[in-house]
Design a protein around this ligand. Structure first.
Ligand SMILES: *Cc1c(COP(=O)(O)O)cnc(C)c1O
Length: 486
């Protein structure tokens, strides 16, 4: 146990750097002779020593200041304490008699969250494993509510009616892929998702939304839900939630707000206004394992009308027989056995308070603005869009032309190769994406300890790699990974 605690302190103390740079092949070779299931056991101390050497030494370390790729946060210490406790106590939220106080803690957390997002007195929710699960469950409830209301059919009991092939979900062109994934899992097909164009800041165009809904209705389709995003993955952009809710109110659409990333703004006095309109949502997905700095996995689905969970609830004689006097949360979840993840935000939020949490959020957003300033001032880089949250997306402008290659693919090549070299050298972990079919790199600045100077040094290293690549590849044939693959 002590050895494990020491290893934890190394990890969160930044003893490892962002990454060792080890390749997949090297890691596979290194672990080739170990088996997860030896015939005979070894002392725990020895097993943990090997884990430190083989695994932790080759993990990416989001607690390092230059691990700035994804929405992978440095987990905060109070939540790590809660994580150890909830795992040791092993409560399972599917029935009261497996999780008595834990059931009440989750209810308290959900009540505070529905109040935070002002979802009204009938609101309810459930802790989930993250945005994917929350978005899926939200659209399941929206679909079943619509089919029951319009076609008088219970999807839970009888499946989808023939008219289900005309069901449509609307979201912006920059919405997370889980909207399409949910449609596929819900038996509607990805074709059921109609994307709405975005403006220059990657926000849904509400006028286009209205026109699209009208067009779909005229064509005899059944648009039933709109997904507004509060914090898109690549740009942090926030759809105009009030205007989206206006369109939804006119056309009777379920409004789901995917606030997996941006939901944390609600605790910031400085930025909470940007979520205005979220109180009009029928459902909200929020992730704690992103900008709330909780260890993976931890999210929540909130619904304005708690009764809507009835659409999916069921009774199992061994867990929640009908008429039971205590809450058995299994009826609100797509899972059965479910971790007591609610304890993490419960402990962390009580420790930091709203002010403490808000200060962390504000810090990372301010850093993103400063980093955007660095990129704007440097002719070697081109910012894709002003950051709204703390995702900063940009590309590299080669200094020299390629002998035979067009400027676009050449810049793609250098941008992507320099990013890879940063990773392989273990200097920094930064992300990639494509914007308008061109390769970009992205900083997702999740670490409140990261400074502008840290990022400045990453940019200097990036330019160093880029210069070497330009010199070496200027006449070589170029193939590039970028090009339309979102
Ligand atoms: C991260 C994210 C998701 C997916 O959530 P997971 O927690 O990874 O399952 C969905 N939507 C948005 C906007 C996200 O940022």
């Amino acid at each position: 146990m002590e050895a494990a605690c020491d290893a934890v302190l190394d990890v969160i103390g930044g003893a490892h750097g962002p990454y060792s740079g080890a390749s997949y092949d090297r890691l596979r070779d290194r672990l080739a002779d170990t088996t997860a299931l030896p015939a005979e056991g070894h002392p725990l101390e020895d097993v943990l020593a090997a884990v430190r050497e083989d695994v932790l030494a080759n993990a990416v370390h989001p607690s390092d200041e230059t691990c700035v790729a994804h929405l992978q946060c440095p987990p905060m210490v109070p939540a790590l304490a809660a994580e150890a406790l909830l795992t040791a106590s092993n409560q399972s939220l599917d029935s009261f008699d497996q999780a008595p106080a834990a059931t009440v803690v989750e209810e308290r957390l959900i009540a505070d969250l529905t109040a935070l997002y002002e979802l009204g007195p009938a609101a309810d929710g459930v802790v989930t494993g993250g945005g994917t699960e929350s978005n899926h469950q939200a659209l399941l409830l929206a679909r079943d509510d619509y089919v029951e209301t319009v076609f008088g059919q219970s999807v839970r009991e009888h499946g989808l009616p023939p008219a289900a092939q005309d069901l449509r979900i609307l979201c912006s062109a920059d919405a997370h892929f889980t909207a399409a994934q949910s449609a596929a899992l819900l038996g509607l097909g990805e074709d059921a998702v109609v994307t709405i164009p975005t403006d220059g800041r990657h926000r849904m165009d509400a006028t286009a939304l209205r026109e699209t809904v009208e067009r779909l209705n005229d064509a005899g389709k059944h648009p039933f839900a709109v997904v507004g995003t509060a914090g898109t993955t690549d740009f942090g952009s926030i759809d105009p939630l009030s205007a989206v809710a206006d369109v939804a109110a006119t056309h009777d659409l379920w409004v789901h707000v995917d606030a997996a990333f941006g939901g944390a703004l609600a605790v910031s006095d400085q930025h909470s206004e940007r979520l205005s309109g979220i109180d009009r949502a029928d459902s909200v997905a929020v992730d704690f394992h992103k900008l709330f700095f909780q260890p993976i996995a931890c999210g929540a689905l909130l619904v304005a009308d708690g009764e809507s969970f009835e659409l999916m609830s069921r009774n199992a004689a061994y867990l929640n027989p009908a008429g039971d006097a205590v809450p058995n949360l299994v009826a609100k979840s797509t899972r059965t056995t479910r971790r007591f993840d609610a304890l993490k935000p419960y402990v962390a939020f009580r420790t930091l308070g709203r002010d403490g949490l808000g200060a962390l959020v504000d810090r990372t957003l301010a850093l993103a603005d400063d980093v955007a300033g660095l990129l704007r001032a440097d002719p070697a880089f081109e910012l894709a869009c002003e950051p709204t949250l703390n995702a900063v997306t940009f590309r590299y402008r080669p200094v020299r032309e390629h002998a035979h290659c067009d400027p676009g693919p050449w810049a793609d090549h250098v941008t992507e190769a320099a990013r890879e070299q940063l990773f392989d050298a273990g200097t920094a972990v930064v992300a990639r994406t494509t914007v308008d079919d061109r390769a970009h790199v992205k900083f997702t600045l999740m670490n409140p300890r990261t400074t502008v100077a840290d990022i400045q040094s990453v940019l200097v290293a990036f330019k160093g790699h880029a210069a070497t690549i330009e010199a070496a590849d200027r006449t070589a044939p170029i193939t590039t990974a970028a090009g339309g693959d979102q």
